[in-house]
Write a protein that binds this ligand. Structure first.
Ligand code: HEC
Length: 126
C-alpha cells in the first residue's frame, strides 16, 4: 500500500510538472497507450478523472439520478452509461465534444468488468 501511494504521488508530481500534459492531445495519446496495454482500466485511476471532467457538472451528488463521481452509483447505472456514452453518444448532453478515445476507454472498462481499483476485489467476487 505504501508503495502504491508513493507511485501515485510520484505520478501526480510528474503530471503537475510536465508541461507536455497541458496539451490535451498528449493526454489522448496516453489514453491510446492505456487501451493498447494489458493493464486493466479502473474507475479510480482512469474513469473517475474523465467523469469528473465530463459529467459531474450535471450529475453530482445533488443530482437525484446519478452521482458520476461515486463508483457504486455509476455501477448501478452501468447499462445506461454504456448505452448513452458509448452506443448512442447522447451523453454528455451538452455541447462539449467528448473525444472518441474517452468513450472507447469507458467501453473497455465496462467490458473488462468495471473494476474500481487494482487493489479492490473484483466486483463479481462477493
Ligand atoms: C449538461 C448536462 C449533462 C452532462 C454534462 C451529462 N449529462 Fe447525463 N443527463 C443529463 C440530463 C438532463 C439527463 C436526463 C434527461 C435525459 O435523459 O436526457 C441525463 C441523463 C443521463 C442518463 C440516463 C439516460 C437514460 O436513458 O435514462 C445517463 C446514464 C447519463 N445521463 C450519464 C451521463 C454521463 C456518464 C455523463 C458524462 C460522460 C453525462 N451524463 C453528462 C445531463 C447531463
Amino acid at each position: 500500500m505504501k508503495i502504491l501511494s508513493m507511485l501515485l504521488f510520484i505520478s501526480l508530481l510528474n503530471l503537475s510538472c510536465d508541461p507536455v500534459h497541458e496539451n490535451t492531445q498528449s493526454i489522448d495519446d496516453d489514453l491510446h497507450e492505456k487501451i493498447k496495454s494489458e493493464e486493466p482500466i479502473t474507475f479510480d485511476q482512469d474513469i473517475l478523472p474523465i467523469f469528473v471532467q465530463r459529467c459531474i457538472s450535471c450529475h453530482d451528488d445533488f443530482d437525484s439520478y446519478l452521482d458520476a463521481s461515486s463508483y457504486s452509483d455509476v455501477k448501478s447505472k452501468i447499462r445506461k452509461i454504456l448505452k448513452t456514452v458509448v452506443e448512442t453518444k447522447t451523453m454528455p448532453s451538452d455541447a462539449q465534444n467528448m473525444p472518441q478515445i474517452e468513450r472507447d476507454l469507458v467501453e473497455k472498462w465496462i467490458n473488462d468488468g468495471a473494476l474500481k481499483s487494482l487493489t479492490a476485489p473484483h466486483p463479481l467476487i462477493k
